[in-house]
Design a binder for this molecule. Sequence first.
Ligand SMILES: Cc1ncc(COP(=O)(O)O)c(C=O)c1O
Length: 379
Amino acid sequence: MKFNTKTIHGGQKHDPAYGAVMPPIYQTSTYAQSTPGGHKGFEYSRTHNPTRQALENAFASIENGEYGLAFGSGLAAIDAVMKLLKPGDEVISTNDLYGGTYRLFTSIFKNFGIKFNFIGMQNASNIEDYITENTKIIWVETPTNPMMNIIDIKATAEIAKKHNVLLAVDNTFATPYLQQPLDLGADLVMHSATKYIGGHSDLVMGALIVKDKELADKLYFIQNASGAVCGPQDSFLALRGIKTLHVRMQRHCENGRAVAEYLQSHPKIEKVYWPGFESHPNHEIAKAQMKDFGGMISFVTKGNDYNEAIKIVENLKVFTLAESLGGVESLCGHPASMTHASIPKEEREKTGVVDSLIRLSVGIEDEEDLINDLKQAIG
Ligand SMILES: Cc1ncc(COP(=O)(O)O)c(C=O)c1O
């Protein structure tokens, strides 16, 4: 099955009870047993739920994995991965990453004796300098949030394999429409399904996808033991979202290109961060590992002026000023005070998250309306 077909049919079968084409929302916490242990594969909805299972099968299918797991949020999914570790273990992570992931690593798991190295991975060979015998996970975001850096997944996977380290890729920004990390050698893919997977800004959810049975079993154990699962209603919504992922992503990419090119040509804009530009330092890697360049764009205005950036985000009308990304509607954000406020100023400025940086999640509206909105807001 090819990707577009998979988004609609991958891992799905018609409901065995009445043939419903969409999996019903099994709004139940528990399941009748004829005798202790005599059930139909479902005992308790923290462990398994038929609607969630249909979604987990869809996750596995669209990422070319074998096993999918759904969680109550993207951070709950990352939390489950970190619970594979024990005190003394080390993680090497991209230094430019979602602020909430940074907060989870440094304010929670660090207290349990896990060591994190945040490094620039744009040159994959850097990673080897940080690998020790205690390194267990390499954590990669690509494109990174919000600086749109690109990490070479294949080259990183080769290093991870050589040192027997697990490579986990947060594929939230790219989605499996644009890149499939498991095919490039990663061991685990993570999503904030809140974003493009759900696609309509109406749910909060996380996903993990792996190929290896032993790793999947460990993660299923953590999912059930820690219990950060999503409910059947949200599972249904995410399944519905996945069915249009490919058509939405096509339009996100088209509009993303138009907006990036418009901003690039604007005399008041200093720099636009978007991997589709030939001038992007890792454009060639992006071209090789991604099908297109997506709808996430960051930019700074000339003079690096905080007040000017705030004025722009307040003036935008079609773009809504809000946290999050990946929905059909265009959003804008000010990372330094919103999504990345949990990263200390000096740390975030090292990676380019300055006070004048604006991040756009370009939606699927008419291109002309988006450009006109930016025109009136920037002036
Ligand atoms: C790249 C990335 N990873 C993880 C997360 C966390 O996901 P959630 O908000 O669903 O917990 C986000 C949220 O913005 C994100 O942008």
